[in-house]
Design a protein around this ligand. Structure first.
Ligand code: HEC
Length: 207
C-alpha cells in the first residue's frame, strides 16, 4: 500500500470516528430525549382522561412501555379501517384503499397469481399511528379529513350512531367493534382530548 493510500485511510477513519463520537451521538441523545423522555405527562394530566383512553383507545394505541423500556408510542403497529370519510377538499377526491391498495399496486405486476381477495382483506386499513405530539400535528386521519383533534374523537365515538358523519371512504373491513359507538359523553371527550395534550414533547409544546 502506498503512503498516500495509508494517509487517506487514516484521515477517513479519523473523520468517521469524530462523526460517530461527537455529532451523531449527541443527535441520538437528543432524539432519545424527545422521543422517549420528554413528555408533558405532568402537565394538566387528568386521571379520568387517562382511564378513558386506556379503556377505549389502548387496544390500538397501546399504552404499554416501548420494548426498550421507554414510554409508550401509543400504537400497536397493526392496521385497521376506522372508516374515515373521503376528504372532498383533495383534488379529484381520490379513494384511498389503504394497505390493500398499496399491496395491490406494489405486487400485482410481480405476482399475478395472487388473487384479488388477498388485497381486499386489507382494503381501507391504515397503520395505527402514534399519538405522540398529536395535539401539535393537525389535520388528522390519513387524508386530513379532520382539522380539529376533538372532532376526530367525536367521530370515533359516534360514527355509527350519529347522522352527522359522511360514509366511510372504504366500507370493506370496517371496524365496528372497537370504534363507532363508544358511548362517551361530551365531558368524557373533553377529558380524552386533554389527556392527548399531555402526549406532547415538552420542548415542542412551550408557548
Ligand atoms: C380499532 C383500532 C383503533 C381504536 C380503538 C382507536 N383508534 Fe385511533 N386510529 C386508528 C387508526 C387505524 C387510525 C388511522 C386511520 C386513518 O388515517 O384512516 C387512527 C387515527 C387516530 C388519530 C389521528 C392520528 C393522526 O396522526 O392523524 C387520532 C387522534 C386517534 N386515532 C385517537 C384515538 C383515540 C383518542 C381513541 C379512543 C377514543 C382511538 N383513537 C381509538 C385505530 C384506532
Amino acid at each position: 500500500m502506498s503512503m498516500r493510500i495509508i494517509l487517506l485511510v487514516l484521515v477517513f477513519s479519523l473523520s468517521l470516528a469524530t462523526m460517530i463520537l461527537a455529532g451523531p451521538l449527541s443527535n441520538i441523545e437528543q432524539l432519545g430525549k424527545i422521543m422517549y423522555q420528554d413528555l408533558d405527562f405532568s402537565f394538566n394530566r387528568t386521571q379520568s382522561g387517562e382511564a378513558l383512553f386506556t379503556t377505549h383507545c389502548s387496544k390500538c394505541h397501546a399504552v404499554s412501555a416501548y420494548p426498550d423500556g421507554g414510554p409508550p408510542l401509543f400504537t400497536s403497529y397493526a392496521y385497521e379501517n376506522i372508516g374515515l370519510p373521503a376528504n372532498p377538499l383533495l383534488s379529484g377526491n381520490p379513494v384511498d384503499y389503504g394497505l390493500g391498495g398499496f399491496l395491490e399496486a406494489d405486487f400485482n405486476s410481480d405476482l399475478p397469481l395472487i388473487g384479488d381477495a388477498m388485497y381486499a382483506a386489507h382494503y381501507g386499513k391504515f397503520k395505527i399511528p402514534t399519538l405522540r405530539n398529536i395535539a401539535l400535528t393537525p389535520p388528522y386521519g390519513h387524508n386530513g379529513y379532520f382539522p380539529e383533534l376533538r372532532e376526530m374523537i367525536r367521530f370515533l365515538n359516534s360514527r355509527d350512531v350519529s347522522p352527522e358523519w359522511p360514509a366511510p371512504e372504504v366500507w370493506t373491513n370496517l371496524n365496528t367493534i372497537d370504534v363507532g359507538d363508544m358511548g362517551l359523553t361530551d365531558a368524557q371527550i373533553d377529558d380524552i382530548v386533554q389527556f392527548l395534550h399531555t402526549l406532547s414533547d415538552r420542548r415542542l409544546n412551550r408557548p
